[in-house]
Design a protein around this ligand. Sequence first.
Ligand code: FAD
Ligand code: DLZ
Ligand code: SF4
Length: 520
Amino acid sequence: MTDCIRLVLGDQLSRNLASLRGLDKHQDVVLLAEVMAEATYVPHHPQKIAFLFSAMRHFAEELRADGIRVDYIRLDDPDNTGTLGGELSRAIDRHQAARAIVTFPGEWRVWQQMRAWQQDFAVPVAVKEDDRFFCPIARFRAWADGRKQVRMEFFYREMRRDHKILLTPDGQPEGGQWNFDAENRKSLPKGLKIPQPYRETPDAITNEVLALVASRFAGHFGRLDGFFYAVTAAGAERALDHFIRHCLPLFGDYQDAMAMGQETLFHSILSPYINAGLLDPRRVVEAAEQAWRQGHAPLNAVEGFIRQILGWREYVRGIYWLKMPGYADTNALNAHRPLPDFYWTGRTDMNCMAQVIGQTERLAYAHHIQRLMVTGNFALLLGVEPAQIEEWYLAVYADAYDWVELPNVHGMVMHADGGYLGSKPYAASGKYIQRMSDYCTRCRYDVKETIGPTACPFNALYWNFLMENEAKLRGNPRMGLVYKGLDAMEPARREAIRAQAGRFITGLIPAYRATGTEPS
Ligand code: FAD
Ligand code: DLZ
Ligand code: SF4
């Protein structure tokens, strides 16, 4: 006799998950299901699929070891229906269950499915709030309500106050200021010792999953060899400990730096674990604050790191649930060019793009500035259709789910929400990449040139972007300086830049190349 099926999704692998609370070991069954619909709604990187399947299998083993009844549906189970709804429905029938409990999902798409289950299934399906975040959705809504503009910095300060993080006993920010970003934009000095990222060796369960993924998802972008992700809560805790000891002290200083052969620098690589539920964000923030209080890491590093989690991560989730489903459909800059093929192959002679796409293919990881200022910036300057670049980001990173990917790409990178999330587009010429990385030293293009066969494509694309979007962006007070630069330019030079960018774009996109021109 089964009272209840408790469904746990692939990114809900937390023992304190809302849908697992109050579980009765004798009456209830926990359901986990590997399903084709989730593995293919975008062509996920094989390492992302392997990470989740292995983490799901380990999670199921841990529950069983605690005497909990678990139904684990493998991808190659001949009766697998291929969908979450199909598997939940089958489990309800199989166990003659009286009800089902699920936890609120991370994607609008899945939320629509859950609402349909509530309508269609013969037994009640309760949806519990996902309380693994600092900020409940209703709290964000209340904060955003009535504001014409929502800004991360102000939201972050509220979160610091709400949760008493990095505050003095009288409620002031430690160090006398809320934000130490001005100290956090250093380029990497030569000879600095960079820590190795935390790696785990695949165990038998992971090796079995790697073989399955290799055979079923061979066509997806991304390599499987060299898989190093931890797949349990204990492993994620070890990764956190490694980060706090070896990387956190210099996290702030070199947060924006990029270097060939040094893909992870002082970043934490914790996002796959936090997002899948293996690591609680509260635990991460607490460990970072403690490192500062014990004198192991400076305040600029700890505040900068905590802001990413308590600030940005919570803020983008709030915006996602506030603005969906319409959020994904806006296209404020009217961008419609196709995503160049090299995003899926890495074959490009722009070294910065080849480096970031290449490491993405190898690791399913790139750090924030690589995502924002290299692959993101290029898509923005080129004017790629938002949905196409969003699909890419959702597919290629081990940490990608719609709730976090979409606001970062649609809002922060593509400015497709018209400036709701960020006050201005992060458009930059090659000069930014040269300043923050060593990519330009090995490139066939010259970052100092804007026009001519060896000119860095980012430069002409940057000015061309400002010209193409002048009507929409000139009025933005934060764009005043860059438009002054454009105004100071001779008309003939503007025309030459436009032609240079036009030639580059036509050469890049097969459909345009075939006709020798871009359709107007
Ligand atoms: P660290 O640099 O060590 O930062 C610590 C933690 O802060 C991260 O683990 C993450 O949990 C959080 N964080 C930092 N920045 C952000 C942010 N902007 N939004 C949300 N959380 C943040 N992050 C994802 O988790 N999933 C995504 O799909 C994703 N897509 C992105 C797409 C683009 C275009 C951009 C610009 C950023 C995206 N981010 C995404 C945010 C950020 O790039 C990653 O969280 C970060 O690179 C993960 O690496 P890390 O764990 O080493 O991060
Ligand atoms: C990303 C993913 C993949 C690849 N596979 C599964 C799966 O087989 N079963 C599952 O429960 N979840 C999977 N996930 C994670 C889901 O896509 C995720 O839970 C939803 O998108 C909601 O965030
Ligand atoms: Fe990238 Fe331009 Fe530098 Fe080449 S020169 S690495 S294309 S920024």
